[in-house]
Ligand binder design. Structure first.
Ligand code: IMP
Ligand code: MG
Length: 174
């Protein structure tokens, strides 16, 4: 059990409102197609589940597990894929779903990997775009919230596997 203090940064209602707005945008942009949503495990699953159910066109889902973080709050700087996608993406529109973009290393790596496999198009949808430690130029096509700094937990985001089930997004306090 963690004794870390936290403060609510984005309340549940604000998250759900923004998720519905992004889902409307995706439904409009991809009308007449059936994109594959590829969630980056594990942090994206709560966001992905809410987003998918608010999208009004047919979509398919798959997951990839890639991480540039060891444990705690510091990036290890290397990206590993420990679970690959299972659907063929050749010729398909793909939307990568990420919880939070920090250094950008994870997304840059996964994006390149899926582009090499011939996706028809590849866009990025991230709940949070955190600019503090950006190392790679990443264009986030659909962004929920922009945050300057801090370590965030809740709504899928963890600190050493804790707090993923919080319905709101909190910032950890020193
Ligand atoms: P990046 O490769 O540095 O962009 O790291 C992205 C991944 O690091 C995210 O998918 C998260 O799993 C994790 N991460 C980065 N910042 C935070 C944070 O503030 N809270 C929780 N996880 C984070
Ligand atoms: Mg993640």
């Amino acid at each position: 059990m963690s004794v870390l203090k936290r403060e609510v940064l984005i309340p549940e209602a604000a998250i759900l409102k923004r998720v519905r707005e992004i889902a409307d945008q995706i439904s409009n942009d991809y009308q007449g197609t059936e994109p594959i949503l590829v969630g980056i495990l594990k942090g994206s699953i709560i966001f992905m589940a809410d987003l998918m159910r608010a999208i009004r066109i047919p979509v398919q889902m798959d997951f990839i597990r890639a991480a540039s973080y060891g444990s705690g709050t510091q990036s290890s700087g290397t990206v590993r894929v420990t679970k690959d996608i299972e659907l063929p993406i050749q010729g398909r529109p793909v939307i990568l779903i990420e919880d939070i973009v920090d250094s950008g290393l994870t997304l840059a790596y996964v994006k390149e990997l899926l582009e090499e496999r011939g996706a028809a198009s590849l866009k990025i949808c991230a709940l949070i775009d955190k600019s503090e430690r950006r190392e790679r130029d990443i264009l986030v096509d659909y962004c929920g919230f922009q945050v300057q700094e801090g370590f965030l937990v809740g709504y899928g985001l963890d600190c050493n596997e804790e707090f993923r089930n919080l319905p709101e997004i909190c910032v950890l306090k020193e």
